[in-house]
Design a protein around this ligand. Structure first.
Ligand code: KET
Length: 520
């Protein structure tokens, strides 16, 4: 028997009736729409009679199924007496079709109501995928009407008012570009050559970039850091004999799909020590020692995402020597150059050291965060080769990969970067602004930590200030993260990563209240 509310819900959705003890196969035709409260697509088959609030259902349920279109669900059991859905699930469930429902009018009514839908769409077999682990946080945040809400999900810098920040140096460069009335022609497939040179100079410093052998770099402009990682993975998968890519555990959530989709095999190595909220250097070295020669090791050049934990200079030196000895290939992802120390040169220590040590390294650079050019998709991918001829060959293949994918990269952002890096006053201004962003984040780290301590938190929060870059790997559990969003409208990724760049002088006290409340 269904209780009144569940029956009502059920009727509203299926327009049929439900009999205790039946077996029902449901084919999910389509799933659409997300609710404000619950952006997931869960269907709960509860074993309790009384319908209960969504949260209670999920706790009481024996079965909780993430529903995707094209799935076949079998509801069985002695008393499948209640189907409850996450609030707002009506639109999603409307596309369900019962395949078998013994002697139930339900089956007929479902088949009738859904047949028409099926005729209408050819795409019903495309399953609804989950939201992205990081960008999905913004989706949930956008749905929350609470004026006090805070988005600490995506790693995007905000000013102290919590507003997206456009650097003044960028605005100035844009004004110059507007005056210049440049043409808007296609860039070459590998992008703007001058930009690639500027990007390499920024990464390796004028000293390194003037050193012999630097002309052996193959480089291309990419669709930001993501595109650089992806193109690097594509080239490895197509031409490199051992495309096993080792990622730190944990790493940026997008690394795994990037390299897998490119066709590489993704493996992991020890990186973070949860007991110290710091680097497990011993474990990292031990894992690297075990890697087969020629393996590719992804390293975050600085401001590791999500942990905010980087090796020291001495540890980078040791890693470089070890990786040379073991014939491993370093693949640097440098998405936060400047965010660790405030100084882009200081933050480039690792790639510069590895270059000096003669690695056949790969470097993926992003200009999203340090130039604030997120949506302009400015990035660079480079390979340290042995000769100009080798570099030309690598570049030629990168072009062959890019041409059928996106043809050529966007033009505006690289012009902005060129303008800034080629003009001394603009460059100095940018460096100051970069430092300002890093300092504001450091200030927020201190305020958050002292705020938690002032509230008498029994937990140790030293890592908020000892970790670097944009993120604090807080140690909050997924349950606590869930409570932060439902009870406080504070949104972060499930792994407990806090984008410190989203914290402001105004919100930091509220955030401390919220974190203290859920960690008591
Ligand atoms: N590498 C790392 C380590 C990284 O954190 C990001 C972005 C990127 C590359 C790529 O950024 P792009 O804008 O493609 O240059 N990370 C933030 C945004 C995102 O997930 O896309 C983040 O972790 O929030």
């Amino acid at each position: 028997m269904l209780s009144a509310r569940a029956a009502c819900l059920f009727h509203a959705v299926f327009g049929g009736c439900w009999r205790t003890g039946v077996q029902l196969e449901l084919y999910v035709l389509s799933v659409s729409g997300v609710s404000e409260k619950n952006p997931r697509h869960d269907l709960y088959f509860a074993t309790q009679h009384e319908p209960v609030a969504h949260e209670q259902v999920s706790r009481r349920s024996r079965q909780c199924v993430r529903v995707t279109a094209g799935e076949l669900l079998l509801i069985s059991g002695e008393e499948p007496s209640l189907i409850a859905m996450a609030p707002g699930a009506m639109t999603r469930i409307a596309g369900m079709r019962a395949l078998t429902a013994p002697s139930s009018t339900l089956a007929r009514s479902l088949q009738r109501s859904c047949a028409a839908r099926r005729e209408m769409s050819r795409w019903s077999k495309v399953p609804l995928g989950p939201e992205d682990a990081i960008l999905g946080v913004t989706v949930a945040y956008n749905h929350d009407p609470n004026p006090k809400k805070i988005n600490l999900g995506v790693g995007a810098y905000r000013d102290d008012e919590g507003k997206p920040f456009v650097l003044e140096s960028v605005r100035m460069a844009e004004r110059i570009l507007l005056e210049a009335e440049n043409a808007m022609e296609y860039l070459p497939v590998a992008g703007d050559k001058t930009f690639v040179k500027n990007a390499l100079k920024l990464a390796f410093g004028s000293e390194c970039s003037a050193a012999p052998g630097f002309e052996n770099f193959a480089g291309m402009q990419t669709l930001s850091g993501t595109g650089a990682c992806r193109m690097g993975g594509e080239l490895l998968a197509r031409f490199y004999d051992a495309p096993d890519v080792y990622l730190p555990t944990p790493s940026w959530a997008n690394h795994t799909p990037i390299f897998k989709d490119a066709g590489c095999t993704v493996k992991g190595y020890t990186y973070y020590d949860a007991s110290t909220c710091g680097l497990d250097f011993k474990g990292m070295v031990a894992d690297i020692e075990k890697m087969p020669p020629s393996s590719v090791v992804l390293l975050h050049a600085c401001a590791h995402n999500p942990t905010g934990v980087d090796p020291s200079k001495a540890q980078w030196d040791q890693l470089s020597a070890l990786m040379r000895e073991k014939h491993l290939v370093p693949f640097f992802d440098m998405a936060y150059q400047g965010f660790t120390s405030g100084d882009a040169d200081v933050d480039a220590y690792a790639p510069r050291k590895f270059l000096k040590d003669g690695h056949h390294m790969i470097l993926a650079q992003s200009f999203s965060k340090n130039f604030g050019l997120y949506g302009h998709r400015v990035g660079c991918l480079s390979f340290a080769c042995d000769s100009v001829a080798e570099a030309q060959a690598v570049e030629s293949q990168l072009k062959i990969l890019a041409r059928p994918m996106y043809s050529n990269p966007p033009i505006h952002g690289v012009r902005v970067v060129n303008e800034i890096l080629q003009e001394k006053t603009l460059e100095s201004k940018w460096r100051l602004e970069m430092q300002g962003m890093a300092e504001r984040i450091t200030g927020m780290r201190m305020k958050l930590r002292s705020g938690l301590e002032a509230r008498g938190s029994a937990k140790i929060w030293d890592h908020i200030t000892s970790q670097n870059g944009m993120f604090c790997y807080s140690g909050l559990t997924p349950e606590q993260v869930g409570r932060l969003s439902t009870e406080w409208s504070v949104y972060l990724t499930k792994n407990g990563r806090i984008s410190m760049a989203g914290v402001t002088s105004r919100s930091v006290e509220y955030l401390a209240d919220a974190i203290h409340a859920v960690t008591k």
